[in-house]
Design a binder for this molecule. Structure first.
Ligand code: PEP
Ligand code: MG
Length: 316
């Protein structure tokens, strides 16, 4: 897989599937490019905010995002707005104790509750945008109003700085976002499914709780039906749909996601070459047939068996 890592991401039929990498810092860029990453589909910006006493200011953020964009040498860089709160606390952003942090103030809800945090980050991204192909993605969207509120701030900050408004995408991490994907797609530039959170919220199983880890499977048909609905919603308005959650790193899941209509996979850096090799071995018709069968399956175990059978058939 590594020997062929420089090829474009595509199925055996040549259908283009962008294979990006998830990044957390500048140091992740070189290993990701060595694996053949064609861009960054998820920059987890909270790494800049955690384990420190004060929030990074606008200059520090702009330097960080610009540095990563330059290191990607023109490849797309999708910057996720701060996804802090829940299980990722920061001492300088005090959040009152919550009984259910995963259902509380986290992701974009914090940016909307603390407008200075959101606008500082947006200004930093806008200032870095001249360093590459930077796009913005909003985590934990549950309602169309949240997207509208972020876009309003983005437009205002872009006007103030006299720069163009970059592409704005929505992370589909809640069942609400998946079922509203068409209306979200009407108002954003792309959708990227965060299967880690989408799985926990769909199955009502805490992703950090070992007692339910057995059932917490992104290949559960309930999750896959929401992935299918998201893809249908995106295509209704001509917007591409990607996956940046853990499923995108899993060779067993990649052909299935493509069959469901996903056009971009953003994987852990170390998995990029293997995902490209898997896609190169499967046909469009094979992916579509697998997806149809998986949507009729009753359990994740059935889906896994179907996916494994398909990979075996193509010699993987
Ligand atoms: C996800 O939820 O799938 C995702 C990519 O975001 P994180 O894992 O950072 O919550
Ligand atoms: Mg998430």
């Amino acid at each position: 897989a590594l020997a062929a890592a420089g090829r474009q991401g595509a199925t055996a039929d040549g259908t283009r599937i962008e294979v990006f990498a998830n990044l957390g810092s500048l140091g992740d860029v070189a290993p990701a490019l060595a694996q053949g990453a064609e861009g960054c589909g998820l920059l987890r910006t909270e790494f800049l905010f955690l384990d420190r006493a004060d929030a990074p200011d606008e200059d520090e953020q702009a330097a960080c995002y610009g540095g990563i964009a330059r290191a990607l040498e023109g490849r797309p860089l999708i910057v996720r707005l701060l996804d802090i709160g829940g299980d990722k606390p920061a001492p300088y952003l005090p959040i009152a104790a919550e009984e259910n942090p995963a259902l509380g103030l986290r992701g974009i809800r914090i940016g909307l509750a603390r407008p200075e945090v959101l606008s500082t980050q947006l200004r930093a991204i806008l200032r870095a945008a001249s360093s590459g192909d930077i796009r913005i993605m909003v985590p934990m969207i549950a309602r169309v109003e949240e997207l509208r509120a972020v876009r309003q701030v983005l437009i205002a900050e872009a006007e103030r700085l006299g720069v163009a408004v970059p592409q704005l995408g929505v992370m589909v991490e809640t069942p609400a976002a998946a079922v509203m994907a068409d209306l979200l797609a009407a108002e954003c530039d792309f959708l990227s499914i965060g299967t880690n959170d989408l799985t926990q919220y769909t199955l009502a199983m805490d992703r950090g709780n070992p007692a339910v880890a057995d059932g917490l499977d992104g290949l559960d048909p309930a999750v896959l039906r929401l992935v299918a609905q998201t893809c249908a919603g995106g295509s209704r308005f001509g917007k591409w749909v990607g996956v940046c959650g853990g499923l995108a790193s899993d060779p067993l899941a990649a052909p299935l996601l493509v069959g469901l209509g996903v056009g971009e996979l953003s994987a852990a850096p170390g998995q990029v070459a293997e995902i490209k090799a898997t896609l190169a071995a499967v046909t469009d018709a094979g992916c579509a047939a697998l997806a149809r069968a998986a949507l009729e399956a009753a359990s994740a175990a059935e889906v896994r068996a179907l996916a494994l059978e398909m990979l075996r058939e193509v010699g993987l």
